[in-house]
Design a binder for this molecule. Structure first.
Ligand code: PRX
Length: 649
């Protein structure tokens, strides 16, 4: 293990923020010992049309069903019920554009927009059980589209706008979306991204789409296809409509979010209405302890689960005011984030280690230009936070008085699973540790054989029992759901991370144990990039891995074998990068592409990315001798030699 707990915990004690220990332990204990009692109470964080028969139906593992037969509507909980209270005219969102433009939408105003959009979907013939895809920048209308769909029981899939046409088409097709909602463009880093053009290409590839709805967000001129494309502002012009919220079953689908794995195409993670809502609302409350008048800023992109759960659903369910920002956090100046915090008096900030590392590089002068006194809790998500970034966030941004809430979770977990619970009181924090499990979470550290490991030993982190935020399954693929998450350690949920528990019971997340990489906190399967490369006519084979990067966490490196007769030169590198950008999107473009004659493989043809990475980073390639037969070892050694010779050139 490269970074051990020893060197982490040897930081001086005054580097830790001390918190009252509160009742976290008792609370967590009760959640595990009396789960029915616990969740019967905490499921009331939302309103139900009718209550559940059973807290948890575990009769058909691993298809766990929470709050069975409970009926609810998420948008009723996120909007209508707040209108009956003092929150009616409270800001739900303060939207800030890259140019500095702002829009404030109240709960009342948001409900009107959601109803108008839901009505437009109904007018298009959509009803409960149908699907839509959303491909949008960080604008209020993206949240309206999500909620408008949820209001009438239409499940949505929101696709990150950094994905290209093929990636979008794959997702549309897999879920069978009938409508795509997009914008005429997105603003990012001073550039205009032509989203509509990408949607047009994707729709050509996906046969399920009947209609495209386009939001006017920029001045970009777009072509509208007669009879297929509609302007959002035209079809939602009547804002004085009321759409009755559909009474959804707790275990009906709310959304499908595609995420990367180690094999095949991205997986469509399905989240339901009941358990998911209960989970995201409670976890936000426990971890960040938001107060009624707080301003919450989750600076993630809405295209990732963090945006779904903690820009849209949890804050609205709790009736909070959120800042939502469309643009790059270092544009036009590196103090953009600090400027927004000061301007809007942000109290709770939630961002990623990558963002922190990037902003840290600009130095302390930028945050020093701003009054950051409104901040009370600082959160982080997406990848392990290195202690140096933690310290900078804690001291320079939080002035050593704001706890750092390092939230560990995944698309599949719905919400936080390991995180400090500042509302409950967790005791001292340790820089780089996500601390303790959330209530209801029962983690364990295992070795390869599934044997439970003791403290201070790195192993695989698994969860011993289901919790309400756990996905319902994978879209159209129950077998894959079972095999990906519940087969390595039967009866337990496992999703590819290394972790360790120290002798004080703190959990340390130690990165991915599989061939998924985290680039700027974005989850990418190396297989997806390899597939994109080999789908180009010049490429015969490729091996992709992540190399350590001081800001992004990991950067993508690709080793490529070209087909016979292809000239492997700089021009080809550019061509391959452009090809990936156009089909799969900028997010999958490798930072480096190297040409080789062979890549290390096992005899069965499996590419040994681990070995390529080890050779590349100058480390000894590990346990190659444990491979099943000598021939494959020789094959690998040969490939390593080739790689070495290449790198010496
Ligand atoms: O490896 C873990 C890492 O991100 C993975 C999940 O990625 P995704 O589904 O895209 O969700 C990201 C936002 C929740 C995990 O398997 N990860 C996430 N949060 C942390 C983390 N690793 C360490 N510490 C975290 N706080």
């Amino acid at each position: 293990m490269a970074e051990t707990n020893e060197n982490r915990s040897s930081l001086p004690v005054d580097e830790y923020i001390s918190h009252h220990r509160g009742n976290y332990e008792a609370f967590h204990k009760m959640s595990l010992e009396k789960p029915d009692e616990f969740w019967n109470e905490h499921a009331n964080i939302i309103d139900w049309y009718s209550k559940w028969d059973k807290v948890l139906d575990d009769s058909n593992p691993p298809f766990f069903r929470w709050f069975t037969n409970g009926k609810l509507n998420v948008t009723y909980n996120a909007l209508d019920r707040h209108l009956k209270s003092h929150r009616r005219n409270k800001a739900a969102f303060i939207w800030v554009g890259e140019s500095g433009k702002e829009k404030i939408v109240t709960y009342h105003g948001l409900l009107k927009r959601v109803n108008a959009f839901a009505k437009a979907l109904q007018d298009a013939g959509l009803k409960k059980g149908d699907k839509i895809a959303i491909y949008m920048p960080m604008i209020i209308e993206a949240t309206v589209a999500m909620l408008g769909a949820a209001r009438i029981g239409v499940a949505f899939t929101l696709v990150f706008s950094g994905f290209g046409a093929n990636a979008l088409a794959d997702r549309i097709t897999d879920c069978g979306a009938k409508i795509v909602v997009t914008a005429d463009g997105a603003n990012r880093g001073g550039k205009l991204i032509d989203l509509k053009k990408i949607v047009d290409e994707a729709v050509e590839l996906a046969s399920t789409v009947e209609e495209v709805i386009v939001v006017r967000n920029t001045e970009n001129k777009v072509e509208m296809v007669e009879g297929r494309d509609y302007w959002y502002h035209e079809i939602t012009a009547d804002q004085n409509v009321f759409v009755e919220p559909e009474r959804m079953d707790s275990n009906d689908a709310l959304f499908i979010l595609y995420t990367s794995g180690t094999t095949g195409k991205p997986k469509g993670v399905v989240h339901g209405n009941g358990g998911y809502s209960v989970w995201v609302a409670n976890t936000l409350k426990w971890a960040f302890n938001p107060q009624e008048d707080d301003r919450w800023w989750c600076a993630a992109d809405i295209g990732w689960v963090t945006g779904h759960s903690y820009i849209v659903f949890a804050p609205l369910l709790l009736g909070l005011t959120s800042v939502i920002y469309e643009g790059a956090i270092n544009y036009p100046e590196p103090d953009r984030m600090w400027d927004i915090i000061e301007r809007y008096g942000v109290n709770l900030l939630y961002t990623s280690p990558t963002a922190i590392r990037m902003l840290m590089r600009y130095g302390d002068l930028y945050p020093a230009k701003h009054d950051l006194d409104s901040l009370r809790v600082l959160g982080t998500v997406g990848e392990p936070i290195n202690p140096a970034a933690w310290q900078w966030y804690f001291k320079t941004i939080g002035k050593s008085r704001c706890p750092i809430v390092d939230t560990y979770w995944q698309t599949e977990t719905g919400g936080f699973i390991i995180s400090p619970a500042t509302q409950l009181g967790v005791g001292s924090l340790k820089p780089g540790s996500a601390t303790f499990p959330m209530p209801g979470i029962d983690p364990v550290i295992l070795d390869e054989a599934g044997k439970e490991l003791g403290d201070n030993t790195k192993g695989f982190i698994a969860i011993k029992r289901p919790w309400p935020g756990l996905m319902l399954g994978l879209n159209n693929d129950p077998e894959r759901y079972k095999s990906v998450y519940f087969s390595k350690f039967p009866g337990k949920y496992y999703n590819g991370d290394y972790a360790m528990r120290d002798s004080d019971g703190y959990y340390w997340l130690l990165g991915r144990a599989d061939e998924v990489i985290k680039v700027s906190g974005h989850r990418i399967g190396t297989i997806e990039i390899e597939d994109a490369l080999v789908s180009m006519k010049e490429v015969a084979e490729s091996a992709v891995f992540g190399k350590p990067d001081a800001v992004k966490g990991e950067a993508v490196v690709a080793f490529v074998i070209t087909k016979e007769g292809v000239t492997a030169d700089k021009a080809l590198i550019e061509k391959l990068k452009k090809g990936i950008r156009e089909t799969m999107g900028p997010i999958l473009v490798p930072d480096e592409i190297h040409f080789v004659k062979a890549v290390p493989k096992t005899r069965s043809g499996k590419i040994m990315r681990r070995v390529v990475k080890a050779v590349y980073t100058g480390q000894i390639p590990g346990d190659v001798s444990t491979l099943e037969n000598e021939a494959s070892v020789a094959e690998i050694q040969e490939a390593i030699n080739i790689l070495r010779k290449q790198s010496e050139k």
